[in-house]
Design a protein around this ligand. Structure first.
Ligand code: IPD
Ligand code: CA
Ligand code: CA
Ligand code: CA
Length: 260
C-alpha cells in the first residue's frame, strides 16, 4: 500500500506542479467567464481546459480508476469501490477571476472509500501540500508536524460568509467563542491554513471535489473532518463539513446541536 501511495503522490506532485505553472500564466489572460447556479458561481474557459487536461492525464496513467470532477469531464460515479480520483481544476474561481491570486488546484485519491493521497497547490505562492496516511504530509519537500490540538477560544476560525450572515447552525456563537473570523474564498487554501495551524476550524458547505484532497491531508495530521451530525462525511455527497482540531470540532458539534 505504501508503494501505491508513494507512486500516486509523486504522480500528483508532478501533475499539479505543471498545472500550477500553466494557471500562473493564465491568470492575467482574458477569460471567457460564464455563470453556473447564480452570479457568484463562475466558471471560466481555464477551469474547463485545466480539468480536461488533468482528467486526460489521470486516465492515461490510471485507466481503471474512476474520476469525480467539477466541470463534467470525469465519470458518473456511484460507488467508492477501487481507485477514485476527485478533481477540482481551479478552486477559488472567483479569486482567480477578480483578485488574480488565492486560488488552488487539487486532487484527492481514495481506495475502496479510504483516504489514500491528497495534493493541493497554492498556485501563486508555489506551495504544494501532498501526502496521505502512509506517507505523512509535506509542504513541497518539507514534512509538516501535527498542529496543536487547540480549543476554540485559542484560535481563529474560517466559516463560509453566507453561513455566518444567516447564523446557520449557530455559527455566530462559534465565531464569538473563537479568537476571530477569517474568510478566504478558496477551500484549498483554507485546508493549507488548517494543516499549518493558522486557523483551528473550517465550516462550509462543500462538494466532493472541494473536500477530497483536504480531508486526506487533515486526517493524516490528526485533524477531524465530519458532517454536522458528527459522523464521517459521505464522499459522494455535497454537505456541510466541520474540519479542525479534535477539541474544536467537539465544541462546534455541541454548538450545532443547540441550534436545532
Ligand atoms: C469554491 C471555493 C469556495 C467555497 C465554495 C467552493 P470553486 O470552489 O472553494 O471557497 O466557499 O463552496 O465551491 O467553485 O471556486 O472551485
Ligand atoms: Ca466552481
Ligand atoms: Ca472548489
Ligand atoms: Ca473549481
Amino acid at each position: 500500500m505504501k508503494e501505491t501511495s508513494q507512486e500516486i503522490d509523486r504522480f500528483l506532485v508532478e501533475l499539479l506542479t505543471n498545472v500550477g505553472k500553466n494557471l500562473e500564466q493564465d491568470v492575467t489572460k482574458t477569460k471567457d467567464v460564464d455563470t453556473k447556479s447564480g452570479p457568484n458561481d463562475l466558471v471560466t474557459n481555464f477551469d474547463k481546459s485545466t480539468e480536461r487536461n488533468i482528467v486526460g492525464i489521470i486516465k492515461q496513467n490510471y485507466p481503471d480508476a474512476t474520476i469525480v470532477s467539477e466541470e463534467g469531464f470525469g465519470d458518473v460515479v456511484n460507488s467508492m469501490a477501487g481507485l477514485v480520483f476527485f478533481v477540482d481544476p481551479i478552486d477559488g474561481t472567483m479569486n482567480f477571476v477578480k483578485c488574480h491570486d488565492s486560488f488552488a488546484s487539487m486532487v484527492g485519491v481514495y481506495l475502496d472509500g479510504k483516504p489514500l493521497v491528497g495534493a493541493i497547490i497554492n498556485v501563486m505562492e508555489h506551495r504544494i501540500y501532498h501526502g496521505g496516511p502512509d506517507l505523512g504530509v509535506f509542504e513541497n519537500n518539507h514534512q509538516l508536524a501535527q498542529p496543536i490540538n487547540s480549543t476554540l477560544k485559542e484560535g481563529l476560525v474560517i466559516i463560509s460568509g453566507p453561513m455566518v450572515l444567516k447564523n446557520y447552525l449557530n455559527t455566530q456563537e462559534v465565531v464569538h467563542k473563537s479568537s476571530g473570523l477569517r474568510v478566504l474564498g478558496c477551500a484549498g487554501i483554507v485546508f493549507e491554513h488548517l494543516l499549518k495551524g493558522k486557523e483551528v476550524l473550517y465550516m462550509s458547505y462543500l462538494k466532493p471535489w472541494d473536500l477530497a484532497a483536504g480531508r486526506v491531508l487533515c486526517e493524516t495530521l490528526g485533524l477531524s473532518v465530519v458532517g454536522v451530525d458528527g459522523e464521517p462525511v459521505d464522499m459522494l455527497k455535497s454537505q456541510v463539513v466541520i474540519a479542525g482540531t479534535q477539541k474544536v470540532v467537539s465544541e462546534v458539534l455541541e454548538t450545532v446541536k443547540n441550534s436545532k
